[in-house]
Design a protein around this ligand. Structure first.
Ligand code: LMR
Length: 398
């Protein structure tokens, strides 16, 4: 009998598996609102003008392809650190930043480091959260639980429930938070709520771990990092995973990072040494193209300004699509208050549709979203909007 004979077939990934099913669908007018990828008016992933400029320059650079250091391209790590933490903390030496394979890779490096430091700690993720959070931390050996986050009846964040859960958590519990553009719900904590979360983490001796994959998609690059600034101002030790997939449109280049904000520089250096042990044992060192591209954009003032402006117009386009989607549903006679569509932030609308309705959306109309009801409104455009709106209205009506 083959060694592999007893291996069971794993289910498709709840997000990337939707893209697999979408790609296999022969219908020409199908629409993929599953994965969190920004598409422009014509339904394509845009290449930022700033990224194009750097790509052209890199294409003429015939330097040898040596290994990057284990922790990645130093100018990239420095630029990301400043983007996430601001210049003062970035210069303090208290933060160790490691290049990762996308935001997921950053999360995984940190999970490996945490498994070495605190293997019996429990990880709490929001209910609901990005599907991969739970799987990533469980496979790193952690027991994963949930804190209340979304209140479906009130279509709001259950701040009271969340805080009560955090206040009851054992010291050392790792709390996975979404710094902005909560995935999948799009509901954010208000500034005062963040203060209360920071206080609960400080008082309870919890380990805050912020996932910030969408910096710049809610308000602005600086404003979306305000939660990070609050944890830093409270003097806490915490972790931040970041991604350049959406913010630079570099999805396939797998460029992200994880940063460890420690109490002082020597501590940060020791944590960095542990992160390098984790990286070396998984993939040795990261690829260079995406990191060099991002570093160059961020280090060149004109390109950086251009990048922020382009990110701003993407944000505005998503807001326009939210408004048009909401109006379309209202005009199609969908009952109830649909203001949640324009109230949510980031790439997703948490529609409240049931798994059964989402399956019908896919089977009957070729509109693909997640079973959780999450729809990527960043993939809406004038060409597919009415089709999506009619399909969603139809599944809601019957
Ligand atoms: C998403 O939530 O769709 C993205 O973060 C892509 C992914 O890796 O799941």
């Amino acid at each position: 009998m083959s060694f592999f004979a007893p291996v069971p077939l794993a289910p498709r990934d709840p997000i990337l598996g939707v893209t697999e099913a979408f790609n296999a669908d022969p219908r020409p007018d199908k629409v993929n609102l599953g994965v969190g990828v920004y598409l422009d008016e014509s339904g394509r992933i845009p290449v930022f003008a700033s990224v194009k400029t750097v790509k052209k320059a890199l294409a003429t650079d015939l330097a040898p392809h040596s290994y990057l250091p284990i922790d990645g391209f130093a100018p990239y790590n420095a630029a990301v650190k400043e983007l996430v933490f601001g210049p003062e903390l970035a210069a303090s030496g208290r933060v160790a930043t490691v290049q990762g394979l996308g935001g997921t890779g950053g999360l995984r490096i940190a999970a490996g480091v945490l498994a070495g430091i605190a293997p019996s700690a429990k990880v709490l993720v929001s209910d609901p959260s990005w599907e991969n959070h739970e799987s990533l931390f469980s496979r790193a050996g952690f027991e994963v639980g949930h804190y209340p986050y979304y209140d479906p009846a009130g279509r709001r964040v259950d701040v009271e429930g969340m805080l009560a859960c955090l206040r009851a958590a054992a010291p050392g519990t790792i709390i996975l938070l979404h710094a902005c553009c909560h995935n999948p719900t799009g509901y954010e904590l208000a500034a005062g709520d963040w203060d209360a979360v920071v206080a609960a983490c400080a008082e309870g001796g919890l380990v805050p771990f912020l996932d910030m994959a969408y910096q710049g998609f809610a308000r602005s690059v600086a404003e979306d990092a305000e939660a990070v600034a609050k944890f830093a101002a409270a003097g806490l030790s915490f972790i931040v995973a970041t991604s350049c997939s959406k913010t630079f449109g570099l999805y396939g280049e797998r460029v992200g990072a994880v940063s460890f904000a420690a109490a002082e520089a020597d501590e940060a250096a020791r944590v960095l040494s542990q992160a390098k042990v984790v990286v070396r044992s998984i993939y040795s060192s990261p690829p260079s193209f995406g990191a060099k591209t991002v570093a160059s954009v961020l280090a060149t003032p004109a390109l950086r300004a251009d990048w922020e402006a382009e990110l701003g117009s993407m944000r505005d386009r998503i807001k326009d699509m939210r408004a048009a989607f909401r109006t379309g549903l209202e005009q199609a006679g969908v009952p109830g208050d649909l203001s949640y569509i324009t109230h949510q932030t980031g790439m997703f609308s948490y529609s409240g549709l049931t798994p059964e309705q989402m399956r019908r959306l896919r089977a009957d109309f070729g509109v693909y979203g997640l079973e959780s009801g999450r729809l990527c409104v960043a993939a809406l455009n004038p060409g597919n909007l009415s089709r999506v709106t009619e399909a969603v209205a139809a599944v809601i009506r019957n």
